[in-house]
Design a protein. Structure first.
Length: 337
């Protein structure tokens, strides 16, 4: 195991769309910049969210539209599952990030693959994938763009069932015969739509009294009608009290005393910030918390304005394009300091 030290003007932790844009803007301003990533460059959107989910949804929606066209519906048959999944794989770049690496090279941003953690003001330690340690010092700024991960509810037996999260739901290579979906938000709705169309019998277990509660009521009502028409069993005001996997299937116990069996269970119950293990405690912040920022995306509880939080991790808007917008602002501010 080796240990090295490097100094840059800007250090970015997290190479999703927000982190990439911060790094590119800082470099364009003439600042030496390094980005640290422990998984795939491109982040959740490219590999486990936007790109694969929309690749899966497109043929489903196209077939549904075709079936509504007089003179065409009779010619529309079932989906070719193998072809749909192969297209999804292609759109997700087969879970390889060489193109993203080439792009970073083209904008002259350095890359370190590994887990980055703050070790104090303007300091980051990276445990590389080879087991080495790289200690980084930032002259001007550190930006945290580590995004979010699935928030799993504390259901007894959860650790025994190997549940799907959004990652497994968008990257699965087989169609489960029966899929239970816990949740009623965007991820739950999209994945219920996809897997029902690909051949699963989907049951949605929704705690609220409707789908898509953050949107206008008519949107949830229309989606409910469409899913039920497609064959999805939607149960509102339903909660799960325990889980177990027996003989290969998931046994689900409901609060009303009912039971349900499924081959897989997807927990689409919200998102949590990926801040539990990025060294927040070394700069006076609480690990696992969302990061509060001002309108230039500086973390408000850290003195001297050197720490930025861009993208989902600040909870302002958990959307890729909003993260990119934030990143362009933060990058310009960092470049002007």
């Amino acid at each position: 195991m080796n240990e090295t030290t490097r100094t840059y003007d800007v250090v970015v932790i997290g190479a999703g769309p927000a982190g990439e844009n911060v790094a590119e803007r800082a470099r364009a301003a003439g600042l030496s910049t390094v980005i640290v990533e422990r998984e795939l460059l491109g982040g959740e959107c490219s590999f486990w969210a936007c790109d694969p989910s929309k690749a899966l949804l497109r043929p489903v929606v196209a077939r549904a539209d075709a079936r509504r066209v007089p003179g065409l519906r009779q010619a529309v048959g079932p989906l070719d599952v193998e072809a749909v999944l192969a297209h999804r794989d292609k759109m997700s770049s087969y879970w390889k990030d060489e193109d993203q690496v080439d792009w970073l090279d083209s904008v002259s941003v350095d890359l370190i693959r590994g887990h980055g953690r703050l070790t104090g003001p303007r300091r980051v330690a990276v445990q590389t994938s080879e087991g080495d340690t790289v200690r980084l010092t930032a002259r001007h700024a550190v930006a945290i763009s580590t995004g979010t991960s699935a928030a799993l509810p504390p259901i007894p037996g959860l650790d025994t069932v190997r549940p799907w999260t959004s990652r497994e739901a968008t990257s699965a290579d087989r169609v489960p015969g029966r899929l239970a979906v816990v949740g009623g938000g965007v991820v739950a709705v999209e994945m219920a739509t996809v897997w029902q169309a690909l051949g699963s019998q989907v049951t949605m277990l929704v705690l609220e009294d409707g789908l898509l509660q953050r949107m206008e009521p008519f949107a949830g009502e229309l989606v409910t009608d469409g899913l039920r028409e497609a064959g999805v069993d939607i149960r509102f005001e339903t909660s799960v009290t325990s889980l177990a996997r027996e003989d290969g299937e998931v046994r689900i116990t409901l609060a009303d005393g009912g039971e349900l069996a499924a081959d897989e269970i997807l927990l689409a119950t919200g998102r949590a910030p990926r801040t539990a293990d990025v060294g927040l405690e070394t700069v006076g912040l609480t690990p696992g918390d969302w990061l509060t920022v001002n309108d230039t995306f500086q973390v408000t509880d850290v003195a001297d304005g050197w720490l930025y939080a861009v993208g989902d991790v600040n909870r302002r808007a958990l959307m890729t394009h909003q993260g990119k917008y934030q990143a362009r602002i933060a990058g310009a501010v960092i470049g002007a300091r």
